[in-house]
Structures are given as structure tokens and as C-alpha cells.
Ligand binder design. Structure first.
Ligand code: ZN
Length: 324
């Protein structure tokens, strides 16, 4: 076990006891069903209201609402990557694929490799998400602002999630034998993606238009992906060189207002340090877990970095780049 892994293990053992972890890790699938359906109903209402509605202001509001709800669905899908939606793995994957990922052209079993490896390798050079938060490549104002826009990183993220699972990489595979198997799409996967894509294209081309397919579906999906990249930078970046940042473990929680929660961190994802330390805890218990963690941290004199806004680490990094 690497030194970093030992530090994460020690911290997680110190801050919650096994009984607390067990209680907090209990799954309550009714929350998943409710939250998934709620997001889809809001998206559908926007779609239906936009039929024959060409008002620019209305369509802009619809785009914003749809983006927030697609992002909410992606956060639920993230718990699906960890297989924390339902007790049964097959039901977890079916729900996650049919109600969320199939619409993005993805499949849990195949596309979760990137995220699970990120958890295993956070603060290591082979973390596949390292490009989202590292200081390297952000040492000038131009690089910093260009990357904060997420534009160059979306393509990299797409490659990591959709292309990389199929590329053999011997060095990577040897270190992570658990993720050695090269997945391939089954008939089930193809049927799910085909059904979801047909449904969305049929609806838009019959009841709305091709332009609205771009405006109310593809653009919100790209925006949701950009928001995710922005969130990860805020959570894991540190205003210093990477060698020192890695030693800090790069764990942060955020106590933020409702607007930031809506746009950047729905479903308690702002308690990100808590999620990294105990991935078994489902999203709806992260707030409760964080309260307990904070109480135990005070007793044990441990510190988990807590910010009051997602813009706070951005400002810290901006000041760092200015000072270089
Ligand atoms: Zn995760």
C-alpha cells in the first residue's frame, strides 16, 4: 500500500467508526427513484413548454433549467458508478444506464473505469482526472483562464471516459489489476443506448426541431460537463506546486449557498472530501456524514479543508498564478 493510501485509510478510520460507516452506508433506493424522476419531469416540462415557443428569454431559462437537471442526473449517475443506487448490482446498472447514461451514450459497466481509477489514484501522477486539477500547465494567466473555461478539457474528458476504456495500457493495467479487463458493449448495452438515443431524437425531430435538439439538449449536456470540470478543479486544486499539493491529500468540503448547490453541486456533492474518504456512503447521507466527521475531527484535531464558495479556491489559485 502506498504512503498516500495509508494516509487516506488512517484519516477515514479516525473520523468515522465502523458502526457509523455502516449506518451511513445504508441504501435507500426510494431517494434515487424520486430524484431521477424529479429531474426528468422538470426536463420534460421545459421540452413541452418550448414547443411552439420561440421567445428567446423563455428558451434561455429552459436551457438553464435543463442544464441544472442534466447535471443533477449526472451526480446520481456518479453514485451509480460506485454501485450505490440499489442493493442489486444489475438493477443499479439498469437504472443508471436506462434512465441516465444511455441518453449520454454511456454505460455504467464500461464508463465507470475512469472515475473508479480517479478514486484509487487521487494525488498520484497516473490519476486519469489529474489534468482537471493539477497546477502544472496553469502557471500563466492565459493557461489558467483557458482551462477554467473547461473548453480544452471537455475533449480530454470525452477521450478518457469513452475511448480510453478500450485502449490497452500495460503499465496502467499492471498496477490496477481490478480494472484489467477490457470491456466491450453487450447486446443489452447497445439496445439501451439505441433506445435512449432514438427516444430523444424522435421527440425533438417530431415535436420540436433540430435547432432545439442542439440548443436544449446538446448544449446543456456540454455545459453540465464543463460545470463538472470546474467543480473538480475547485475541490482538488491547491495554490502551490503539485508536489506539495499532493501531500495535502487534496480533500475539500464546501459549505455553500443554495444557488451554488443548484448549479455546481447538487445532491450533496459539495461534501466531496467525505465522499472520497467513504465511497460507500450514498449521496443523500453525505450531509449527515459530514456533520459527524466534523465533530470527530475537532476531537481528534484533524482538519478537513472547508470552503464557503466554489469560487474561493479559484481566487486562491488566481492569486498564486499572479505571484509566480
Ligand atoms: Zn466518486
Amino acid at each position: 500500500m502506498s504512503d498516500l493510501k495509508k494516509k487516506y485509510r488512517e484519516l477515514s478510520c479516525k473520523l468515522l467508526n465502523p458502526n457509523e460507516i455502516q449506518q451511513l452506508s445504508k441504501l435507500r433506493p426510494k431517494f434515487v427513484v424520486f430524484d431521477t424522476l424529479k429531474s426528468w419531469i422538470l426536463i420534460l416540462i421545459c421540452f413541452l413548454l418550448s414547443i411552439r415557443n420561440t421567445n428567446i428569454f423563455f428558451n434561455l431559462i429552459a436551457l438553464i433549467v435543463i442544464t441544472t437537471q442534466i447535471y443533477s442526473l449526472l451526480i446520481i449517475a456518479h453514485d451509480g458508478f460506485h454501485r450505490r443506487l440499489f442493493h442489486n448490482k444489475n438493477i443499479n446498472d439498469l437504472w443508471n444506464d436506462f434512465f441516465i447514461l444511455g441518453f449520454m451514450g454511456a454505460i455504467t459497466r464500461i464508463n465507470n473505469k475512469n472515475h473508479l481509477t480517479h478514486h484509487l489514484r487521487l494525488c498520484e501522477f497516473d490519476d486519469p482526472d489529474r489534468y482537471k486539477y493539477q497546477s502544472k500547465g496553469r502557471s500563466s494567466m492565459m493557461e489558467f483562464f483557458f482551462k477554467i473555461s473547461s473548453i480544452p478539457l471537455i475533449f480530454y474528458s470525452f477521450k478518457n471516459i469513452f475511448i480510453k476504456p478500450f485502449l490497452k495500457n500495460k503499465k496502467f493495467n499492471n498496477k490496477n489489476k481490478k480494472y484489467l479487463t477490457i470491456p466491450s458493449y453487450s447486446i443489452r448495452d447497445i439496445l439501451i443506448i439505441f433506445s435512449c438515443q432514438t427516444l430523444i431524437f424522435y421527440f425533438f425531430l417530431n415535436y420540436l426541431s433540430f435547432l432545439k435538439l442542439i440548443y436544449l439538449w446538446f448544449i446543456p449536456m456540454a455545459l453540465a460537463q464543463s460545470i463538472d470540470i470546474f467543480r473538480v478543479f475547485s475541490e482538488h486544486s491547491r495554490p502551490m506546486i503539485d508536489e506539495i499539493s499532493d501531500k495535502s491529500l487534496r480533500l475539500s468540503n464546501f459549505k455553500i449557498n443554495c444557488l451554488e448547490r443548484l448549479f455546481f453541486s447538487p445532491h450533496n456533492m459539495n461534501f466531496h472530501a467525505t465522499h472520497h474518504l467513504w465511497t460507500s456512503i450514498p449521496y443523500y447521507n453525505l450531509r449527515k456524514a459530514t456533520i459527524l466527521v466534523e465533530q470527530n475531527a475537532i476531537k481528534r484535531r484533524e482538519i478537513i479543508l472547508t470552503y464557503k464558495s466554489y469560487f474561493e479556491p479559484i481566487n486562491n489559485f488566481y492569486q498564486y498564478v499572479r505571484s509566480i
